[in-house]
Design a protein around this ligand. Structure first.
Ligand code: GCU
Length: 357
């Protein structure tokens, strides 16, 4: 697959309610006709059953490319019985709403940040804390380790009909602002920093020194532009694909967390496949995860280059400036013994892999 980091301005949001009213009855084809431009949706159309996948990223983002690849693999291996179509740019809604749509079967699959899954079930919280994952390699190994995540990933099936298929890394997250340089929490004092809608992220932004403002991802560009926000926190790939670097050109490598996106599916929809196709579905998804890891590394490098070329001020702060406060946030959210146990098992795998803290 080709790497395609070509930043474009965020697309205006589509009228979601009109769009979504067509999904349960009419399926993906109806979506395309009811307002999505061809650019909003990707992958195979000549298949009998199309899985609708919701994504809040652009068509140049590794998640979009990996999921499109997933659809192609699935369609080829099931000889056209099953395929997938990825709806980009929050065109089916922001993650907080979309997770409900996957739960009720209006949308088949979605990429949902760990923050939103934590809002559904506290049991997921330990995987969303600073210090849980020490690197992308460590995170990838945890996602593949059934003894750590097996029960957790199936825990939402009965109540919510949601299956966690696995995940895509968000890489290391950093802070960026409309002014700078930001070298310590004092420099962020009084600045409104967008965070995902999550208690952990609210606490993290405070620990970094800023004033947290929870907001959906797709709203951030406009809010930065309007001065409603002074900054946000994310990885290089999102910073570039969302074009936030144009309006918040000071990027500080706080490395506060290795974030995680889950890929979730509606269980009933998956169970409509016969057993052989379900196996193919699983293998195609594994292949997409591997593809994602490669694309992620490429796109992080490409994004860093775009940032440099655009004259973004990149600050590497003293690790002691933000590190201890961030670690403290991690510890403060580990009050339940079962959470501490999961966190410890995740970290034990890092020890086995000899990844350094
Ligand atoms: C990353 C992540 C998204 C998430 C976003 C955010 O880009 O991949 O799933 O929604 O951060 O900050 O909201």
């Amino acid at each position: 697959m080709r790497s395609r980091t070509t930043p474009r301005p965020p697309r205006p949001r589509l009228a979601r309610r009109t769009l979504l009213s067509g999904i349960p009855l009419l399926g993906a084809g109806a979506l395309a006709m009811s307002g999505c431009t061809p650019d909003d949706a990707g992958a195979a159309t000549d298949v009998e059953n199309i899985l609708t996948i919701s994504l809040n990223q652009t068509e140049t983002h590794p998640s979009y490319l990996a999921l499109t690849y997933f659809g192609e693999q699935l369609a080829a291996a099931t000889e056209g019985r099953w395929g997938a179509r990825v709806y980009a740019n929050e065109s089916l809604g922001a993650q907080q709403e979309v997770v409900q749509l996957v739960s009720d079967g209006s949308v088949d699959m979605a990429v949902i940040s760990a923050t939103q899954v934590e809002n559904l079930s506290m049991a997921f919280r330990p995987l969303n804390l600073p210090g849980a994952f020490l690197s992308i390699e460590h995170q990838t190994a945890v996602l593949k380790d059934d003894s750590i995540v097996g029960d957790l990933f199936s825990s939402l099936e009965e109540g919510r009909r949601l299956r966690v298929l696995g995940g895509f890394s968000q890489g290391s997250r950093h802070v960026y602002t409309d002014r700078g340089p930001i070298e310590s929490p004092d420099d962020l004092h009084g600045l409104k920093i967008r965070v995902q809608e999550s208690d952990v992220f609210m606490a993290l932004a405070r620990a970094l020194g800023g004033s947290p403002t929870p907001m959906a991802y797709g709203e951030v560009y406009t809010a930065l532009q309007a001065g409603v926000l002074n900054g946000a926190e994310n990885n290089e790939v999102s910073y570039v694909t969302q074009r936030h670097y144009e309006i918040a050109p000071h990027f500080t490598k706080t490395n506060h967390l290795v974030g995680l996106d889950y890929v979730m599916a509606n269980v009933d929809r998956i169970e409509q496949m016969d057993e052989a196709d379900q196996d193919t579905f699983a293998t195609s998804f594994e292949a997409a995860q591997e593809e994602f890891v490669k694309l992620w590394a490429q796109e992080t490098d490409a994004s860093t280059q775009i940032m440099k070329d655009a004259g973004v001020e990149i600050t590497e702060p003293d690790p002691e400036a933000f590190g201890p406060a961030v670690e403290e946030v991690g510890r403060s959210f580990l009050s339940r013994p079962e959470d501490e146990d999961l966190f410890e098992r995740v970290r034990a795998l890092a020890d086995d892999m000899e990844v350094e803290a």
